[in-house]
Design a protein around this ligand. Structure first.
Ligand SMILES: Cc1cc2nc3c(=O)[nH]c(=O)nc-3n(C[C@H](O)[C@H](O)[C@H](O)COP(=O)(O)OP(=O)(O)OC[C@H]3O[C@@H](n4cnc5c(N)ncnc54)[C@H](O)[C@@H]3O)c2cc1C
Ligand code: SF4
Ligand code: SF4
Ligand code: SF4
Length: 503
């Protein structure tokens, strides 16, 4: 298949990474915006020599899903420098890594603003230039010819490239090989809104006033999401992202690129050395690392990533994989598009005043928002179970969980197991039915086995190669609880008691 056929068949396959445009030896590919304002490649037949390099380079056309052989190590991290922390979206880890490169004469690539507040990929060779790359910009950034610039820079110096995961994959495919002197750093990605939408929005805000600064993640009121625009001649606009027009469209899944709802580069399919994100929930699972100015998480995928992380001026502490993803589902699964997305972009296509359409959009239904949240939950749960299924394929240790929890609490139990370091297991749940039977369910699979007597239990643990039994305490099986634990011990396996943490 060729890239144009791929896009015609399924537009959502193209992430707009621009690897094809960078690789074309004839400059025959132009990235052209569609009606929604997202750029897609367009080949000029008069320049094209049919060499096929664009098709061979496209990360979507040449996508191969990875197997999980082990879960990555994850750390909470803070760069304890007041100024940098205040100006970084989470714990400043991007700046700490960048400093290693800049101090050794290297170069850092990432997303910054141009003079009109458009978001573009650009580079920094010194600390002043780094400021523009700092901070999340909730817009799809334009790559332009940056992959070619990275390739050039690699001939003479150390390079850090940062971007969303599809851009990191785009760079990897463009380069076609590993470089010792290249560190690739991706961010956890909720998805990217339309650049045209952003431009209409910011141009409207700056129509009669000069904008002097834009910050999507201002920390004026601590580590949360606040949109903050400064003007030369009036008071700044500072507003919670959840209450801001542009922010609502982003957070509700209305303004993202179609590929973001079918993202191919979630774990384990990212192609970077490190993944950076916000350590949401750190106050609960590692209070000693909590800082009201922001805390990062970093997933380590390669030895190179580990080496750079060790060199960075950061306070770090290892955290459990389950804690890291619990409040950060976008590491594992894509955002679901809001049901209103199609209508929203159709309205934009018919109306020259995009700002008015955006304003009109939030008078309406809470129901649709709730529906999307529900679907997101299902997608995350499915992805989580995919991860477990893959881990299970590669490891032999299986566990029988005995719990009086309802089936809907299955995920919490799993997370508990991750906390216990039992990452390498398949999990079976033994639960009572309404009529007093004990039924064993393989996690999320729906396959049920009745375990009524000792021989059924022994047969089950042998058949499924169960290595341990974990019993939730308290076990609300009435008077039968301790009898049940004794009964479980008859199969000769260790029986471990656990208690779920209270929220
Ligand atoms: C569109 C988007 C969605 C995100 N979604 C999540 C999420 O769901 N969960 C989560 O934990 N974190 C998410 N993040 C990442 C998070 O906001 C922080 O960027 C990350 O925690 C790193 O923060 P920091 O303090 O180390 O450094 P910062 O200085 O804040 O990091 C800046 C880094 O982000 C890159 N960057 C900024 N904007 C863009 C852009 N538009 N395109 C490509 N790269 C960009 C820069 O190149 C630089 O590497 C998202 C970021 C963006 C841009
Ligand atoms: S086939 Fe070759 S020349 Fe034609 S657009 Fe693709 S890369 Fe460019
Ligand atoms: S290389 Fe990137 S921009 Fe080009 S077709 Fe493939 S996904 Fe789209
Ligand atoms: S969600 Fe996926 S496709 Fe969308 S910008 Fe992020 S990495 Fe790219």
């Amino acid at each position: 298949m060729k890239i144009e056929e791929m896009i015609a068949a399924k537009r959502a396959d193209c992430s707009g990474c621009e690897a094809c445009a960078n690789i074309c030896p004839k400059g025959a590919i132009e990235m052209i915006r569609d009606a929604e304002g997202f750029a897609y490649p367009k080949i000029n037949p008069e320049l094209c020599i049919q060499c096929g390099r664009c098709d061979a380079t496209c990360p979507a056309l040449n996508f191969k899903a990875k197997e999980i052989n082990s879960l990555p190590k994850v750390f909470a991290a803070i760069y304890d420098d007041e100024k940098i922390l205040r100006h970084s979206s989470s714990g400043g880890i991007f700046s700490a890594l960048s400093e290693i490169f800049l101090k050794s004469g290297g170069i850092v690539f990432g997303a910054g603003f141009d003079k009109n507040w458009r978001v573009v990929h650009t580079s920094a060779k010194n600390f002043d230039e780094l400021e523009n790359l700092r901070g999340s910009k909730y817009v799809q950034s334009k790559i332009g010819d940056v992959y070619k610039k990275v390739q050039d820079a690699l001939k003479s110096t150390n390079v850090l490239f940062s971007g969303v995961p599809c851009q990191c994959a785009g760079l990897k495919h463009f380069l076609g090989r590993d470089y010792e002197n290249l560190l690739i750093v991706e961010i956890i990605c909720h998805g990217v809104p339309s650049p045209a939408l952003w431009e209409k929005y910011i141009d409207e805000l700056g129509y009669a006033h000069e904008i002097t600064n834009v910050n999507f993640r201002s920390k004026r009121h601590g580590w949360s999401s606040r949109f903050d625009v400064n003007f030369a001649d009036k008071e700044p606009l500072v507003i919670q992202t959840t209450k801001n027009l542009y922010g609502k469209l982003f957070l509700n899944g209305i303004s993202e690129r179609p590929s973001c709802n079918a993202c191919k580069f979630k774990f384990p399919n990212g192609q970077s050395d490190l993944t950076l994100g916000d350590a949401w929930g750190v106050k609960d699972f590692l209070p000693e690392m909590y800082d009201s100015r922001g805390v990062s998480i970093v997933f380590v995928h390669t030895d190179k990533g580990k080496n750079f992380l060790e060199q960075a001026s950061l306070k770090t502490q290892e955290i459990k994989f389950a804690d890291a993803v619990k409040k950060n589902p976008r590491f594992l699964s894509p955002t679901i598009a809001d049901p209103r997305r199609r209508k929203f972009f159709a309205a934009l296509a018919k109306n020259a005043d995009w700002f008015a359409v955006m304003q009109k959009y939030f008078e309406d239904d809470e129901v649709a928002v709730k529906e999307t949240a529900k679907k997101n939950g299902v997608a995350f749960r499915k992805k989580f179970s995919d991860v477990i299924a893959q881990v299970k394929k590669n490891f032999a240790q299986n566990i029988l969980v005995v719990s009086s929890a309802r089936e809907g609490d299955a995920q919490k139990n799993l997370e508990k197991f991750f906390e216990d370091g039992l990452t390498n297991c398949a999990v079976y749940f033994l639960q009572p039915t309404g009529d007093g039977q004990l039924v064993c369910t393989e996690n999320f699979s729906g396959a049920k086995t009745k375990l009524q007597n000792v021989s059924a239990l022994t047969d089950f643990v042998n058949r499924y190669k169960i290595n341990a039994i974990c019993v939730e305490k308290p076990l609300n099986f009435g008077d039968d609880s301790s009898a049940l634990i004794d009964w479980l011990k008859t199969c000769g396996l260790p029986v471990k008691l656990f208690t779920q943490k209270k929220k």
